[in-house]
Design a protein around this ligand. Structure first.
Ligand code: PEP
Length: 250
């Protein structure tokens, strides 16, 4: 039976009441998920603790980022330990928006992954090529170097999730074809075998929605989805969860 990890990345969206209502609806509908379906929600950090504390159960919570140091004078930042102490178990690292707007690079993502793992969090490490890189035929070489640097010296028994998110697909309504996603996930899994000597969950992100979820999640080596825009509405997000249940046969 296939395992799916379905992650909602709310980014900087939803006011507190909207966030509470959406989580409550998801929790009511999916409070009793089969063990092979993980539903994770990444709200803005301001709401993380209260949402996670009030909604402890099958749905788990995710921070959208953390700082690379354990503690200190870093105004405006939150640490991995703070996240772990706030009933959260996961953290998204290296999202393309962090790489683009906050100039994060693979080395920093690696440092963040280390503190996250030390704090007991599971990092969801995002990798993906830009359109220019794809057009120059550099997709695989970009992914290879991102994986190598982001995973550098991370223990091969750590819980880690890889999110393949082509930068040009995020928030654009464009996606690679299921065949392209399949090929890229094969490549990523081969690289993971070389770097970590094991298989890791590789989820797809980039304009995944209720319409294309079936085609994308049916790809044999797609282990779930990281969903931005379509995770902001209960109807579309729940439809994606339902699709994953249907594909996995429960
Ligand atoms: C994302 O933010 O990781 C993402 C995939 O966004 P969207 O689904 O809106 O493309």
């Amino acid at each position: 039976m296939k395992n799916f990890t379905i992650v909602a990345n709310w980014k900087m969206n939803l006011l507190p009441l909207e966030a509470c209502e959406l989580v409550q609806n998801i929790n009511m509908q999916y409070g009793d998920l089969p063990h092979n379906i993980r539903v994770l929600i990444a709200p803005p950090s301001l709401y993380l603790q209260s949402l996670a504390e009030k909604n402890r159960g099958t749905i788990k919570f995710v921070a959208q980022n953390c700082h690379e140091k354990e503690e200190g004078a870093f105004t405006g930042e939150i640490s991995a330990q703070m996240i772990a102490a706030s009933f959260c178990e996961y953290v998204i690292l290296g999202h393309s928006e962090r790489r683009l707007y906050f100039k994060e690079n693979n080395k920093l993502v690696n440092a963040k992954a280390r503190v996250a793992l030390d704090a007991g969090l599971t990092p969801i490490i995002c990798i993906g090529e830009s359109m220019a890189e794809r057009e120059k035929g550099k997709t695989n070489s970009v992914l290879k170097s991102q994986l190598k640097a982001c995973l550098d010296s991370l223990h091969s028994e750590s819980d880690i999730i890889i999110a393949y998110e082509p930068v040009w697909a995020i928030g654009t309504g464009f996606t690679p074809t299921p065949g392209q996603i399949l090929d890229t996930h094969i490549f990523i899994k081969e690289e993971l075998m070389k770097i970590q000597k094991r298989d890791l969950p590789v989820i797809y992100g980039g304009s995944l929605n209720d319409k294309n979820a079936k085609a994308i999640l049916s790809c044999i080596n797609v282990d779930g989805g990281l969903i931005g825009g379509a995770s902001l509405s209960f109807e579309t997000f729940s439809s994606i969860i339902d699709t994953s249940r249907e594909i996995s046969g429960n």
